[in-house]
Design a protein around this ligand. Structure first.
Ligand code: PRX
Length: 626
């Protein structure tokens, strides 16, 4: 299949698209190859464009829900929802029920004036309402823009402004372990404080009352305690999700907006090598085909299997492998709101036994964290007998963690799929296919169907013209891809020039992943980490420039330089060199400690807890004569 997918990509993807999805208008054929794929991957020949199935009409929500209900599978479980608290808050939602909720919310959005192509932002915990909101947008042709709930008010504001999302769906709080995350408060701060004077106005904030918060007056500081959470309320702007959904005029049927293959589906921000995060735009048909095809083969999903991806929906893994890939394939999944160590480090393994999970997908950071805590938390109280496939994503997995995952979590009998991919790629790029590919601990092995990788020398200069630079055989260099796959992001929202320069402006005819790799003599690919100014902290992507600009926004800081440092658990730690302004006095240890602490808090506030610096190194400005 791989050979066919690269030698005859049009035939390969034609067959996949033709056999597995519902098209309202199927306007693609092999006689007209451009109706399958029309593209230019070479900046020297003109603007970059990638269009899959551009003349055909479909809808990804219809493919994810209606189709299964119409085929008689409406009573199949779509999600087992496991709440944060071990004793409480669990539910099951079938395809039929999910469709009903999505239709209602689609109608809610339409009633609020949301139209095809409009952006709707979500800033939510891992709750069913987030999945419902995402699918409702897709149903009515609106573009969803999910912002990870761990980002700060400021980071949220910059994403709202950039995407012009006039509607935001949020929650009073998120709950993780014994902590509340004040999401609504961050939305208030983003809109009131950071969006002021930018020309951007938010029309509606839809609030899921997850913790049953009480509204308090604006003069009172809201309590964030779990037993009596409180929020502020803006009468003209805020509205409760349940009030909208319980409105009798909201119908349970919602007409599908049939969209073209290349119509926008969602945008998702990710860090690059400049301070401004990039809103990558994914479109409908290619993404639909790619996420579901990768899901089907890489997780070897079979009817009646139970699959669980532990990623947050705020990241691409959650989009592709919590929501779209599994639902399009009609899968039954687990979704978990809480954290792996609450109330004990056995929580994940107990969930696996409870739902008899067959495929489990997580990140190396989590594997390393639980490995360090000790095997007894795995072995006592869980058998994990149901597991068949274990997936890893987000960062290189070191062989030690790989083997622990295999031997301890998987009882030595599961296939490990180390999946390399990116926000930009929509789905897996380099990954084993279980049962087909002999794995080597630490290697993501081989390209997925349709992916044509190349290793380029690390010495290349921008705008290198020819393909002759490709390294052959056993080699080490930059990982590039030389042919479009259906899941690739099509542009950076509002900045196509940046998209072209970042990904295609280095070697003509190649998409640059930004990662280094080694290819061994058996052809296996080993990812070696980012080669640009991007850090990978616990699988979260952060630009060094993003951190540096947050540092210099602090009143004591003149200059900053951020670099990664090796970290046993997180992959990369964040090491920051900070040059202070002349007036700042750090002559005593106490003052240095206080400022260091204050700067760490500042970065948490500016970007979010994922960006908390590990080390602050006060440095001195380099003067030529000194
Ligand atoms: O450096 C690679 C690393 O994560 C980057 C992509 O980050 P993001 O867009 O946030 O998406 C993460 C989830 C897909 C890549 O450029 N990365 C991701 N998966 C792996 C990996 N590095 C090595 N091995 C992986 N399996």
């Amino acid at each position: 299949m791989y050979r066919e997918s690269v030698e005859k990509p049009y035939d390969f993807w034609y067959k996949v698209a033709n056999e597995n999805y519902h098209w309202k208008e199927k306007n693609f054929s092999l006689e007209e190859p451009k109706s399958i794929l029309d593209y230019n991957f070479d900046l020297s020949k003109g603007p970059i464009h990638i269009e899959w199935f551009k003349n055909s009409l479909t809808n990804i929500c219809y493919n994810a829900l209606d189709r299964h209900v119409e085929n008689g599978n409406g009573d199949r479980v779509a999600f087992y929802y496991e709440g944060n608290d071990i004793n409480d808050n669990h539910s099951t939602i079938t395809y039929k029920e999910l469709l009903k909720q999505v239709c209602k919310f689609g109608n809610v959005l339409r009633k609020l004036g949301v139209k095809k192509g409009d952006r709707v932002a979500m800033y939510m915990p891992m709750v069913m309402e987030l999945i419902i909101a995402v699918l409702a947008c897709a149903r009515i042709g609106a573009i969803h823009s999910v912002v990870f709930g761990g980002f700060s008010a400021e980071a949220l504001a910059s994403r709202l402004i950039d995407s012009h999302s006039k509607i935001i769906v949020t929650s009073d709080y998120g709950i993780r372990g014994d902590k509340l995350i004040a999401l609504k408060q961050a939305v208030d701060e983003a809109i009131d404080h950071h969006c002021q004077d930018t020309g951007f106005t938010c029309e509606k904030v839809i609030v899921v009352n997850r913790m049953n918060s009480k509204i308090v007056s604006m003069d009172t500081k809201p309590s964030h305690s779990i037993s009596s959470p409180q929020i502020h309320w803006y009468e003209k702007r805020d509205v409760f999700y349940n009030d909208l959904m319980n409105d009798e005029t909201i119908s349970e049927e919602c007409q599908v907006e049939w969209v073209k293959g290349e119509d926008g589906l969602f945008m998702l921000y990710t860090s690059g090598s400049t301070g401004k995060p990039k809103g990558l735009l994914h479109t409908t048909a290619g993404y639909m085909i790619y996420t579901s095809t990768t899901f089907k083969y890489v997780f070897d999903y079979h009817e009646n299997d139970v699959y669980w991806c532990g990623a947050d929906i705020g990241w691409i893994t959650g989009h592709s492998y919590v929501i779209y890939g599994p639902l399009i394939c009609g899968a039954t999944s687990v979704i978990f709101e809480g954290i792996p160590t609450y109330p004990t480090p056995s929580r994940y393994w107990q969930i696996i036994d409870k739902y008899k999970v067959n495929q489990f997908y997580t990140a190396p950071t989590l594997i390393r964290t639980l490995m360090k805590i000790g095997d007894e938390h795995v072995k006592n109280g869980s058998t994990r007998d149901s597991l068949r496939i274990l997936g890893s994503v987000g960062e290189p997995i070191n062989p030690e963690a790989w083997l622990w995952y295999h031997n301890v979590i998987g009882n030595g009998k599961c296939a490990i799929v180390d999946t390399f991919w990116q926000t930009e790629s929509g789905g897996h790029l380099i990954t084993p296919i279980p049962g087909c590919i002999t794995t080597k601990p630490g290697s993501a092995t081989f390209p997925f169907f349709g992916v044509q990788p190349a290793v380029l020398p690390p010495t290349i200069e921008p705008q290198t013209p020819a393909a002759s630079e490709e390294l052959e055989g056993d080699c080490e260099g930059y990982l590039a891809i030389k042919f479009p796959w259906p899941g690739i992001a099509r542009t950076i929202f509002g900045d196509h020039d940046r998209y072209e320069k970042t990904y295609f402006g280095i070697v003509n005819g190649y998409y640059m992943t930004g990662d280094g790799c080694r290819r061994d003599s058996d052809g296996y690919i080993w990812l070696t980490g980012r080669v640009d100014d991007v850090l990978n902290v616990s699988g979260h992507r952060l630009g060094t420039a993003e951190l540096e600009s947050a540092f210099v926004a602090h009143s004591s800081v003149a200059e900053a330089a951020v670099v990664p440092c090796p970290h046993d658990i997180k992959g990369h730690g964040i090491y920051c060199y900070v040059v202070l302004k002349d007036h700042v006095d750090i002559s005593e240890q106490k003052k240095r400690d206080e400022l260091s602490h204050a700067l760490k808090q500042w970065i948490r506030h500016e970007i979010g807890p994922v960006a908390t610096p590990d080390f602050i190194h006060f440095a001195f400005k380099f003067e030529k004569d000194c």
